[in-house]
Design a protein around this ligand. Structure first.
Ligand code: CAA
Length: 684
């Protein structure tokens, strides 16, 4: 018997306990330990039931994801699941924490389930490019019906106890001791009733085909480009044709296809990359992390209001500060409107809105915010404005208060120059809309104190953001790379590609939106102004010329009804031939010869620009590792998760191939930025 799975007899019930921190993942040792424990328990004639429970913060949170890239070890999980399903002694799963993936499959194979209130149950495998591999696609529809099971499996979303207490998923819910609950359930119910046979029947639902079509249209389509959701759908439909065991065999085949696919490799990489990004290498500190409960947001524009909503949703008390009552009122009404719309969509309740607003203080007075633990400045993107704010903060808040700027491009060291205690200044770069986007780029300056960095990393977790720590440079990591990507889109416009052609190429590649549609949405003037403020940018006359010409002609994007595209009042996008004339004239003046490109050539050129800039960033140690860069692109820019992020994608393409392509582009264009980064040489 393994050390991590133990079995003890407790008043005629065998209690099997798994203890495999941190999340009791189903490693080979746990799987074999479980089989041994079952055999031992079943051989004990004095027991009438078996309870499976876990030590620590959670029940089994799934298969051990680290094992997927390695040679598979026996016993396989489906064999453990079948051994549980076919047990002659009834088994009760005692659930707490996160019952996910293989853990949920184990629980579903048990004849009974009891759970602690608040426990989450789910089959999130699609998020890893997988389908449930040990019968989840066959078991769950037999418990919940096709429709609900499809919804859970294809979206990968979990449900929370006790929301499920009214269905067959769990047989008892407790808010105290889950083992005690399982033992009581055994004695009061199982002892007299005995075991119940697992439902092995074919699922018979007249509307099965309708449910499948609905799932295809509404669920699978939301995971554009991913293969696992389609395979999950196919596996779930096996339940309408095959017995449990037959369905398990057939669905296992689909699972193995997914497991061995590049998509799953990329998505598993992404899972661990995000964890790694949350744990940067920092000198150890002895002082406790700063307590951040009261936060001031300066600026109530779209960004400031979004940040305020994000904080309020996590129970943080917020001061929202503006320069005048009119701006403040506009920001407050935007917040109220957005929250009301969330209520209409059923995302939050009226009561939650009331609770959140009770924690919000709107003010125009600096004296009000004196007891803040953190101030996030989200004011107009101008050095003068920001320095003025920081000077006022210096005179207002305590020296312990962290001072953060949400700037996208400006030099935070220069902002900090007006402050005496520079070690408390940091960049907290949110992405718009800040209450929705997951990413938080945390920017350390020359002087930022380690405790301040660590406190902000912890704070990111509190406000449910994905943190990525980066160093100071123009545009930090995300926007610096985005500039190289946008630069190429702009060059292609001058070379005769249309906005539609470029956007379609990138959407076909897998990006959530094309770069020019994004630019229209965020405002073409933002990058324009940022470029004007930076004297060190490229002197190439064609550099962002297409965008600059649009701004000069008053086409700022959606907000002015025209940009790279034309827009109607409902913001429907249509092509506008005028823009091609503007670009054609400009190109002629610069002797740029029109060329024709395939969709693949367009997307490859933009992605290569990203990769080379990412490599430069690693060379300059602006990001600690490739995982930080990929985390930023997955969470802030809609890079397809099934490619893992630009740097992982480069690795899959092969760095030798990447270098050859970069050299070819350098030769073809003569532009210095296509010189392969020296970082790439270090990888060859
Ligand atoms: N396998 C291996 N390691 C895992 C793991 C897993 N399934 N789940 C979590 N971990 C590790 C994390 O990498 C992290 O390790 P480090 O501390 O070294 O970084 C540690 O456990 C703690 O994880 P979190 O920081 O994420 O802790 P949390 O409390 O914020 O979240 C959780 C816990 C909800 C379980 C979250 O980790 C999670 O969602 N895990 C993935 C669950 C999952 O996808 N399960 C399905 C696996 S696939 C499967 O089961 C296929 C099948 O059908 C056979």
């Amino acid at each position: 018997m393994s050390n991590i799975v133990s079995v003890v007899s407790q008043n005629e019930v065998a209690v099997i306990t798994i203890n495999n921190p941190p999340v009791n993942a189903l490693s080979a040792e746990v799987r074999s330990g479980l089989l041994d424990a079952l055999t031992q328990a079943q051989a004990d004639k004095s027991i009438f039931a078996i309870v499976i429970q876990c030590e620590g913060r959670t029940f089994i949170a799934g298969a051990d994801i680290k094992e997927f890239g390695q040679t598979p070890k026996l016993p396989h999980l489906p064999d453990v699941v079948l051994a549980i399903a076919n047990s002659s002694v009834p088994i009760i799963a005692a659930l707490h924490g996160s019952v996910l993936g293989g853990g949920f499959e184990i629980a579903l194979a048990c004849q009974y389930r009891v759970g602690l209130k608040g426990t989450t149950l789910g089959l999130p495998e699609v998020n890893l490019g997988l389908i449930p591999g040990a019968g989840g696609t066959q078991l769950l529809p037999r418990v919940l019906g096709l429709s609900k099971a499809m919804n859970m499996i294809i979206t990968g979303k979990s449900i929370k106890l006790p929301d499920t207490a009214d269905n067959a998923l769990v047989h008892a819910v407790t808010d105290s001791d889950v083992l005690a609950c399982a033992l009581e359930f055994s004695h009061t119910f199982v002892k007299s009733i005995g075991g119940q046979k697992l439902n092995n029947k074919i699922v018979e639902q007249d509307d099965a085909e309708d449910i499948k079509q609905h799932a295809l249209k509404n669920l699978v389509s939301k995971r554009k480009g991913q293969t696992a959701p389609l395979k999950a759908l196919e596996a779930i439909m096996y339940t309408t044709q095959y017995s449990l065991e037959e369905g398990m065999k057939k669905s296992r085949k689909l699972f193995l296809e997914c497991r061995d696919s590049p998509q799953s490799a990329a998505m598993r990489y992404a899972f661990f990359a995000e964890k790694k990004a949350q744990k940067p290498k920092l000198p150890s500190i002895s002082a406790p992390l700063k307590n951040i409960e009261k936060v001031t947001v300066i600026g109530a524009g779209t960004m400031g209001a979004g940040i305020a909503m994000c904080l309020l949703a996590s129970g943080i008390s917020v001061y929202l500060l503006e320069i005048n009552a009119e701006n403040l009122e506009r920001g407050m009404s935007y917040i109220k409107k957005t929250l009301a719309s969330s209520v209409r969509k059923g995302r939050i309740s009226e009561q939650q809105v009331a609770d959140q607003l009770a924690h919000l203080t709107a003010t125009t007075e600096y004296s009000t915010i004196a007891d803040s633990h953190l101030v996030i400045e989200a004011a107009f993107e101008s050095m003068v404005v920001k320095q003025d704010i920081f000077a006022k903060l210096e005179a207002t808040v305590s020296t312990e208060c962290i001072l953060a700027s949400n700037t996208s491009y400006l030099d935070i060291d220069e902002i900090a120059s007006v402050v005496t205690h520079k070690s408390r200044v940091i960049g907290l770069h949110f992405f718009s809309p800040a209450h929705i986007m997951k990413l938080l780029e945390i920017v350390k300056t020359k002087h930022t104190d380690t405790n301040v960095i660590s406190s902000c990393m912890a704070f990111a977790k509190t406000i449910k953001k994905q943190a990525a720590l980066v160093g100071m440079c123009y545009g930090f990591v995300g926007n610096r790379m985005y500039a190289s990507y946008g630069r190429e889109a702009n060059f292609l416009l001058l070379e005769g590609c249309s906005p539609e052609q470029i956007d379609k190429a990138l959407v076909d590649f897998g990006m959530a939106m094309g770069p020019l549609a994004v630019n229209d949405m965020s405002g073409i003037d933002i990058g324009y102004k940022a470029r004007k403020e930076n004297p060190n940018l490229s002197v190439d006359p064609a550099y962002f010329l297409a965008a600059n010409l649009l701004v000069d002609s008053g086409r700022l994007g959606q907000k002015t009804g025209s940009g790279f595209y034309a827009y109607d009042e409902k913001l429907n996008r249509t092509s506008d031939p005028i823009v091609m004339d503007i670009f054609k004239n400009a190109a002629q003046k610069l002797n740029i010869v029109p060329q024709s490109y395939t969709s693949e050539e367009i997307s490859e050129r933009l992605v290569l620009a990203l990769i080379n800039e990412g490599a430069n960033i690693l060379q300059e140690s602006i990001a600690e590792n490739a995982e930080v860069i990929d985390t930023i692109w997955l969470n802030g820019y809609g890079f397809p998760r099934y490619y893992g992020g630009p740097m992982f994608y480069a690795q899959q393409l092969g760095w030798k191939y990447v270098k050859e392509k970069l050299l070819a582009l350098h030769q073809q264009t003569g532009k210095d930025w296509w010189k392969p980064s020296t970082y790439i040489d270090s990888l060859l």
